[in-house]
Design a protein around this ligand. Sequence first.
Ligand code: ADP
Length: 499
Amino acid sequence: MQKYIMALDAGTTSNRAILFNEKAEIVSQSQMEFTQFFPEPGLVEHDAWEIWETMQYVARRAMEKADASYKDIAAIGITNQRETVILWDRNSGKPVSHAIVWQDRRTADYCDQLILDGETEFFKQKTGLIIDPYFSGTKIRWMLDHTEGLRERAEKGDILFGTVETWLIWNLTGGKVHVTDYSNASRTMLYNIFDLSWDQEILDKLDIPAAILPEVKESSCLYGETDAAVFGGPIPIAGAAGDQQAALFGQTCFDPGDAKNTYGTGCFLLMNTGETPVRSEHGLVTTIAWGLDGKVEYALEGSVFVAGSAIQWLRDELRIIDNSPESEVLARKVPDTNGCYVVPAFTGLAAPHWDPYARGAVLGLTRGVNREHLVRATLESLAFQSYDVLKAMEEDLKQPLGTIRVDGGASANDFLMQFQADLMNNKIDRPACVETTAMGAAFLAGLASGFFASKAELKEYRRSGAVFTPDMEDKDRDDRLRMWHKAVDCVRGWAKEGE
Ligand code: ADP
């Protein structure tokens, strides 16, 4: 009997490998950062080779720490930073250039043009997404446009496209398997999430040859086996999902209505809508949660660009805290923010406002506002932004959401979690193990390989660590929300030229 499932978590700044045992407990892990390239303001790139090299390193290291060989690993599950684009040569296996990362804004002008041309509904009806440089499609087009001869090579079938999980599976299998899963395909802006096919009309519009696209498979199924050269022998690769969808799965949000919010660099609120895709009228995106057991299930998603990174701003730019946990200590020293509101719209506002021209601001300053108030107001801004996404979701669904499951680095902050429960007037449930993204990948691979028997069994492995119950007067909540929205109105359109 094999002892472990190995989750490979390909994040934006680091790669991690975690070995889980048959009770979904962490046995060993290893993590390594890789280089972030910022060639110009607003541009973000990765070296795809470095992603592959560091992932191999951490996987071997995690195996060593558990004294495990390939024979001890029942299957590998992969979860990844979504939307990031890699193109490589099918024959040599070499990437044609650096990967363009999801945060990269280089296609903003092209996206603006598509919006001006009235293409918003066209893309939304097919992909469930809004037109934004965030998604892969326009980045692929940019690469094909900016490398001499690349489109011709792509048309001949010599070039392959993949998001990070596709790239890793290709390399893990020694260049034999070119696949993605439904959740990752749904973030490319090229995939019709209703018909479940790559959309030829979109490909024509963006001038992207279909020959570069991977085959789309379920999120929990056997994609292939690792080449013997990688880990000394074959290990089945049996699970893949984008990081936010994997976290939804790791939080065992298996039923329609189940929702989770991740508090990392940004915030990502996803709710399972089952086999019914819900089209948003309130600035959210419709996405595929996963393909499993012959079915595709959907999620509604709202993202906030700046969340935990606002706490890093307090630490690194304002230098008024030494580390992230100190934000909680300071926030608790004052009973409120003394009328101060922070809107951390450093890169514009995402869901549900979608204002790329909004910029950050501190409002309501009076002579008595001090460091503690400012820190508290910044922490509260994470909760206010998540509240706005939750309300948009409730309006789309025309019903209130139940308990919200939380994870991500900033979910460790008890002050923030209590304030979130108070604002949302909802219970907040934080699991004992907050490694939900890796757990989701392990669950998907474990189900396909028979290591885990069923979703019912998995529910037993997600243990609640803390539950935060709302405790705020309605009037208090309403007053704070009214002032927050007034603050948001103040920052809209700030950076628009000529205004
Ligand atoms: P990511 O996966 O996006 O890199 P993580 O889930 O690792 O993010 O979370 C890291 C983020 O959480 C950082 O931005 C950090 O400032 C924030 N963070 C970590 N601990 C705390 C805390 N106790 N209070 C507030 N923010 C925190």
